[in-house]
Design a binder for this molecule. Structure first.
Ligand SMILES: Cc1cc2nc3c(=O)[nH]c(=O)nc-3n(C[C@H](O)[C@H](O)[C@H](O)COP(=O)(O)OP(=O)(O)OC[C@H]3O[C@@H](n4cnc5c(N)ncnc54)[C@H](O)[C@@H]3O)c2cc1C
Length: 335
């Protein structure tokens, strides 16, 4: 059997290991668009940006023994198209891979609203290790930094940049639709802690216009009419499932990749797990996208077991899969 996995985050790695545990001789290939020395722990990126931990501390312990387990990782492979009938994935670099079973574990990507999507020089997403390196570098340029984003990731971006001693303006648009929902008294306490770190919060505001002043400085115009001169805009926008490459593939996509309770997609031999999967609860009719490291590990493991013929279901312990954030609580991080 040849198992192909797209994405080398926690879901992809957990799946590969579960397959290996069940199938000694299977060929297992993980293809990912990113290029990194070792798989890394995304939730630690804010601490790396803050300067609290070194680059080495980001290494994901799940990822250290992949070669030993004969799990091959191919980097710099961005999937362009899935041919579910022909059981083949084509990549942006012109190569293609066949499979007997395929796992889609492509996670989420920040959704950059207009006008942020048109200014790659000014706007840095708060998402990957290469983004984090860029943010650290750019944080050395003096001047205020604008953080854009509605929820959890916005808070983390503000925390990490304020910790570097930077002046931060947080443009906080309408509440997030899919991310970790923070509301009520808890939200009030978190916002209080964020502003005590010197962050100026512009609640319910938005960016309507962005212009480049020179090589290093930019100006954003806010919905409330204010102009802010800044050295970068960190886009801690909502992460929405990375599914664009599935167009025309026959794999059903809603907001995420629609899966049944065994994490099978609508296409034969194709599974999805982690932040890219859209889970459906047959009992309640509820549809949801999970966000969280531990949930991705659990779903990835289950998908891997099923790719190896396990026949398991995820829905019985619903709480096991919802909002499984790893790390300290937000309030503790802000202390
Ligand atoms: C800054 C930040 C802080 C976070 N903090 C926390 C936290 O404190 N606690 C917590 O639990 N969660 C946190 N999260 C969320 C957590 O990282 C995710 O829930 C988790 O990584 C999802 O795992 P995944 O395997 O589904 O996808 P991902 O980890 O997103 O991995 C998917 C991989 O697939 C790759 N990919 C995408 N498209 C393609 C393609 N077309 N072809 C090939 N490869 C592709 C991506 O580049 C990526 O490497 C944070 C996320 C971010 C961005």
């Amino acid at each position: 059997m040849r198992h192909l996995i797209l994405g080398c985050g926690p879901a992809g790695i957990a799946a590969a290991k579960a397959i290996r545990a069940a199938e000694k001789d299977a060929e297992i290939v993980i293809a990912t668009e990113e290029a990194f020395a070792r798989p890394y722990i995304r939730p630690l990126l804010p601490d790396y940006i803050a300067g609290d931990i070194p680059l080495d501390a980001l290494a994901d312990p799940q990822g250290v023994d992949l070669a030993m387990n004969r799990i091959e990782v191919r980097q710099g492979k961005r999937a362009r198209k899935v041919d579910a009938e022909g059981r083949r994935v084509s990549f942006e670099d012109g190569t293609a891979e066949g499979y007997d079973s395929l796992l889609l574990a492509t996670g989420g990507k920040p959704l950059l609203p207009s006008p942020l999507d048109r200014h790659p020089k000014a706007v840095v997403p708060f998402d990957s290790l290469s983004d984090a390196k860029r943010i650290r570098e750019r944080a050395a340029v003096p001047g205020p930094i604008v953080v854009y984003g509605p929820g959890y990731l916005g808070i983390e971006a503000c925390r990490s940049l304020a910790r570097r001693g930077r002046m931060v303006v947080w443009i906080k648009p309408v509440p997030s639709r899919f991310g970790y929902s923070i509301s009520g008294e808890f939200e009030a306490r978190v916002l209080d802690e964020v502003s005590r770190r010197g962050v100026r919060i512009q609640e319910g505001d938005d960016i309507i216009f962005l212009r480049e002043l020179d090589e290093s400085f930019f100006e954003v115009r806010c919905l409330d009419g204010r102009d802010i001169r800044c050295s970068m805009i960190v886009a801690a926008a909502e992460r929405l499932p990375a599914v664009a490459f599935l167009k025309g593939s026959g794999v059903k996509v809603g907001t995420g990749i629609v899966v049944d309770d065994g994490l099978r997609t609508s296409a034969p031999h194709v599974y999805a797990a982690g932040d890219c999967a859209e889970l459906y609860d047959g009992k309640t009719g509820e549809v949801r996208i999970n966000f969280g490291w531990r949930s991705a590990v659990k779903l990835g493991k289950l998908a891997g077991e099923n790719m190896a013929g396990g026949g398991k279901v995820y829905i019985r312990n619903r709480e096991d899969y919802t909002w499984l954030l790893t790390g300290a609580s937000l309030l503790d991080r802000l202390k």
